[in-house]
Write a new protein. Structure first.
Length: 252
């Protein structure tokens, strides 16, 4: 049976590792130690490494890990150690898991950021977080908005494996950005309980994110009212609302 486990790294990163008791696929190994420890403890062989973007907290463990398997990563970014540069609409096949992942281009957080999708599973790096989204380091608001809409169009039951435990901080902003959202209030209660119990709030799902994440709901009446109060003017359209939300979050 295939399972996907979070390996906590640094302050709030998750390195997601899929395994079936024999083989493993690891996503964004920013640090090698948690990965090599888990692989040794469970006697696994690495079948593939998936990289979403070039930031150190996602690729920093590659050199020490020195994986003896394909390392997939964004063709539009320059990352040492990638053996298979990919971009949409490339497919990544992992025969050990009889698995094919679709590569999605999701620029915005970085210029070449990619995500990996197979029915039921999305590895989205720093593009989509629960109740939030990545910062705009290299792309435009329009690019990131498009990228998020690409992800939001995936099936509702897709599990979303985000790479940071930012959920509670994102939910605090979401309360300000969309005061009236009972589904979000329930998700906040659940995440608060999970964090008290020392559990991750992730994975999330596309259905949940469409219900609670203000960055996927810039047209909601409550978001529009909050933005009008915050900026002094009602947003002209969904992209303007998204752009204003992203800027507001940076100073929240
Ligand atoms: Zn990043
Ligand atoms: Fe990151």
């Amino acid at each position: 049976m295939r399972q996907i486990v979070p390996l906590p790294a640094f302050k709030d990163n998750y390195i997601w590792l899929m395994h079936d008791g024999r083989h493993a696929v690891v996503v964004d190994p920013g640090d090698a130690a948690p990965v090599s420890d888990f692989i040794a403890q469970h006697d696994l062989t690495l079948a593939a490494v998936l990289i979403t973007h070039h930031h150190a907290d996602h690729v920093g463990g590659l050199a020490a890990l020195a994986p003896d398997c394909p390392v997939y990563g964004p063709a539009r970014e320059d990352i040492a150690g990638i053996t298979h540069p990919v971009q949409a609409p490339d497919l990544v096949s992992i025969p050990e898991f009889a698995l094919t992942l679709q590569v999605l281009d999701v620029p915005g957080h970085t210029r070449g950021h990619i995500a990996y999708y197979t029915p039921g599973v999305l590895f989205c790096g720093d593009t989509l977080f629960s109740a939030g989204c990545g910062r705009l380091f290299e792309g435009t608001p329009a690019q990131l908005f498009d990228s998020l809409n690409t992800l939001a169009a995936l099936p509702d039951d897709t599990q979303v494996y985000c790479t940071h435990e930012y959920t509670l901080a994102n939910l605090a902003f979401a309360q300000a950005a969309e005061p009236d959202n009972p589904a979000r209030d329930r998700w906040l209660d659940e995440c608060t309980a999970r964090r008290h119990a020392g559990e991750p709030t992730l994975p999330s799902s596309i259905a949940r994110e469409k219900a609670v994440n203000p960055f996927l709901r810039p047209d909601s009446p409550s978001v529009r009212e909050a933005l009008a109060r915050h900026t002094g003017q009602a947003p002209a359209d969904a992209l303007a609302a998204f752009t204003a939300l992203r800027a507001w979050k940076n100073t929240f």
